[in-house]
Design a protein around this ligand. Structure first.
Ligand code: PAF
Length: 279
């Protein structure tokens, strides 16, 4: 596995792959890898002649009071895991290479980035879309793989790719959960045992919403009220949002006609967690 730090070197490899018509599958990450990331790598491995992953904790997607400095890091372990999955290239740029002092260009997706996490984390998706756009230009993948846990991120990136006419296929892959239902996230490492227990409420709410749908409840506010009531029992949990919205536009729904997205964000202690499911 090649470990590349230089943008120029990475672009040269990408250009060569393009010339030789070698398909590149790309998995962007912020490191501290878990089974969710590895599930993306495995699909990328199956579908492409060359697999590239990136590890870059992107400062521009963190708000001023968020966990950029505390974000978990274990580069050595990440490299071992990626090597084990037979990744060909891991791109690990330094911050000042990606963002020079003079960096003035950001990519912004309207509307779809404004609800849910976009509302509570102003500037977050601008940071995500900008770094993903930059990584796409550096790595030049044919297909890029993202987890559906960050559903809004996936939709925003799909929109950016469509609107900017990028010739890249975006694949969203299912959420990977622990045995007890907690969605895998690098941030789970912040949780104490007790907090982790309470964080499981997210999975309980998903099952409750699915059950209500099966029973024929189609009014979104009725489902949301029931979920909010359920979450009140968790003393350490502070809900940020619980929304039912259209799976493509991400606009809030009143009545569920066809498919809908249940999207949630909570704070457990100082840790912010998200989860979602299609209803
Ligand atoms: O999902 C993530 O880990 C990040 O948001 C991404 C896509 C790697 C961009 O920094």
């Amino acid at each position: 596995m090649k470990i590349i730090e230089s943008i120029r070197e990475m672009q040269d490899i990408a250009k060569k792959a393009k010339r030789e018509q070698i398909r590149i599958g790309f998995v962007p990450t912020m490191g501290f890898l878990h089974e969710g990331h590895l599930s993306l790598v495995r699909v990328a491995r199956k579908e492409n002649a060359q697999v590239a992953a990136s590890i870059f904790i992107n400062p521009t997607q963190f708000g001023p009071h968020e966990d950029f400095n505390a974000y978990p890091r274990d580069l050595e372990r990440d490299i071992t895991l990626l090597e084990r999955e037979q990744v060909d290239i891991v791109f690990i740029p330094k911050i000042d290479q990606i963002y020079s002092e003079n960096h003035r260009t950001f990519v912004f997706v309207e509307k779809i980035a404004e609800n849910l996490c976009g509302y509570f984390r102003p500037g977050h998706f601008q940071g995500v879309v900008t770094i993903v756009c930059k990584l796409f230009h550096i790595i030049q993948p044919d297909t890029a793989y993202f987890g559906q846990k960050d559903y809004q991120q996936l939709m925003v990136i799909k929109k950016m790719v469509a609107d900017l006419n990028m010739d890249i296929e975006i694949k969203g892959l299912p959420i990977v959960r622990e045995k007890d239902g907690l969605a895998m996230s690098s941030r789970n490492t912040y949780l104490t045992e007790e907090q982790r227990e309470q964080a499981l409420c997210l999975y309980r709410l998903i099952n409750q919403a699915k059950k209500m749908r099966e029973e024929g409840v189609d009014r979104a506010p009725e489902i949301i009220t029931a979920l909010k009531k359920n979450i009140e029992m968790e003393t350490m949990v502070r809900p940020e949002y619980i929304r039912i919205c259209h799976p493509e536009t991400l606009k809030n729904l009143q009545v569920i006609k066809d498919r809908a997205l249940l999207a949630m964000a909570i704070h457990v202690g100082k840790t912010r967690l998200i989860d979602n499911c299609l209803l």
